[in-house]
Design a protein around this ligand. Structure first.
Ligand code: HSE
Length: 436
């Protein structure tokens, strides 16, 4: 019986998930690969030994012991972050080892260099677990949807942010407390700012866009706004108008340019994405042949993410055995067909908007505000005003029809400059399924 030898760098949450999966699913994997898939070595600096069930695996605190072992076919990097992960991956590639990684931050920032090195050294790089945890979204783009021009991507790609928004919506729970819960459950990034400020979502959107469009999209191409400015009152108003607030990754393919944005979004409550709750992720693609599809599942967590990492190991193992390395190009398109993106400027974005203006409750205030929106070509669809106590500023909530972001920026600068406005106006974009 042939054997595929795997070396793991990083025995944290996902590393344990992979090790457990390779052990528990050993027979099933052997039957599906045609060879034993053996976890031979694990390296981690944070522990001194492995749990009893992994006693057959060689342990080291030095990643070089994995990288220099000539018997290892596949190096799995699960330490996250940029360095030393990048150096480890490049060293593995240069010594002719195949690589599997869940490192979205690294791929979104340095993917071009890493993928070029893998092509040059004729090795595979698997990154299924980098987006959507256990959801096979990378494989869907690279294989299942390969016959489509992808026209749109809308996704909930960060479990922590979705968990926080869900708890705030369902229980009115305060932001800080919910964040602590998410950290305790092991979803949150080492630096939870990445979850809350949309950075982790932007990393994942960059990877999806690269695969979907055949473009070198980096995290710097994506306009990113997080959820830390969302207040319970906005969640309540959203509900009143029939929406839920979600942190969405959104891209639209306009042919000559592509939209690339991450921001809190009001989603109509009957839309499937409005009903993705807790730490779950969901990704909706629109393809010109397949139409709309939605992939849903656990976007984080030990075993779900371990399942995706193990699937990459199996893919590579099968390709090693059949002598078909890089049968499926790492970025779906052959390297010579991958181009540079032209990103739609945010000022050219058109969508409906929610505005919450905080102003003194005086005669003529509403007409002044609506007058400015009118002068800036923004057509208002509905308005409500709420005050809690006499003599306190009121919240005037306006929902617009489709409006141009440049006009919105101009209108809000003017409105927020009025002496009757006592706080900056809150603006939330509304999901529009118009892909044109
Ligand atoms: N911090 C990420 C999340 C983990 O909350 O979704 C999975 O990438």
């Amino acid at each position: 019986m042939k054997e595929i030898h795997v070396g793991l760098i990083g025995f944290g949450t996902v590393g344990k998930g992979l090790a457990t999966t390779l052990l528990q699913q050993r027979d099933r994997l052997r039957q599906r690969v045609g060879a034993a898939v053996l976890l031979t070595r694990i390296a981690d600096t944070a522990i001194t030994s492995l749990p009893e069930e992994f006693s057959s695996v060689l342990f080291s605190r030095d990643a070089r012991d994995v990288l220099t072992d000539p018997d290892i076919d596949i190096v799995v990097e699960l330490i996250g972050g940029i360095e030393p992960a990048k150096s480890f991956i490049l060293a593995a590639i240069e010594s002719g080892k195949h690589v599997v990684s869940a490192n979205k931050a690294l791929l979104a920032n340095h993917g071009r260099e890493i993928f070029a090195a893998a092509v040059k050294n004729k090795v595979e790089i698997g990154f299924e677990a980098s987006v959507g945890g256990g959801i096979p979204v990378i494989k869907a783009l690279k294989e299942g949807l390969v016959a489509n021009r992808i026209e749109a991507i809308s996704g909930i790609l960060n479990g922590t942010a979705n968990f926080i928004l869900t708890q705030m919506t369902d229980h009115g729970a305060p932001f800080a407390k919910v964040l602590k819960d998410a950290q305790a459950r092991g979803f949150a990034e080492a630096d939870p700012t990445y979850d809350i400020e949309g950075i982790d979502t932007a990393h994942k959107l960059a990877i999806l866009m690269s695969l979907a469009y055949g473009l070198h999209v980096g995290v710097g191409d994506i306009t990113t706004e997080g959820i830390s400015t969302i207040e319970p009152i906005d969640i309540d108003f959203a509900r009143e108008f029939g929406y839920r607030i979600k942190l969405l990754a959104i891209s639209r393919n306009h042919g000559s340019h592509v939209e690339a944005r991450v921001h809190p979004t009001m989603v109509p409550e009957d839309h499937m994405l409005a009903n993705i709750n807790g730490a779950f992720n969901a990704i909706e693609f629109t393809g010109d042949t397949v139409g709309d599809i939605l992939l849903y599942g656990q976007g984080a967590g030990m075993m779900a993410t371990g399942s995706a990492v193990a699937a990459d190991v199996v893919d590579i193992g099968r390709n090693i055995l059949s002598g078909s390395i890089n049968r499926v190009p790492a970025l779906s398109f052959l390297p010579e067909f991958i181009g540079e993106p032209t990103i739609t400027p945010m000022s050219a974005l058109t969508c409906p908007y929610y505005f919450r203006v905080t102003a003194l409750d005086k005669p003529g205030v509403l007409s002044k505000i609506s007058g400015i929106f009118g002068q800036c070509n923004i057509s208002i669809k509905s308005v409500i005003q709420k005050s809690r106590h006499a003599d306190e500023p009121v919240h005037i909530v306006l929902m617009s029809h489709q409006a141009l972001e440049a006009d919105v920026v101009r209108a809000l600068a003017e409105i927020d400059g009025l002496d009757i406005c006592t706080a900056p106006t809150m603006k939330i974009r509304i999901l529009s399924d118009d892909h044109e």
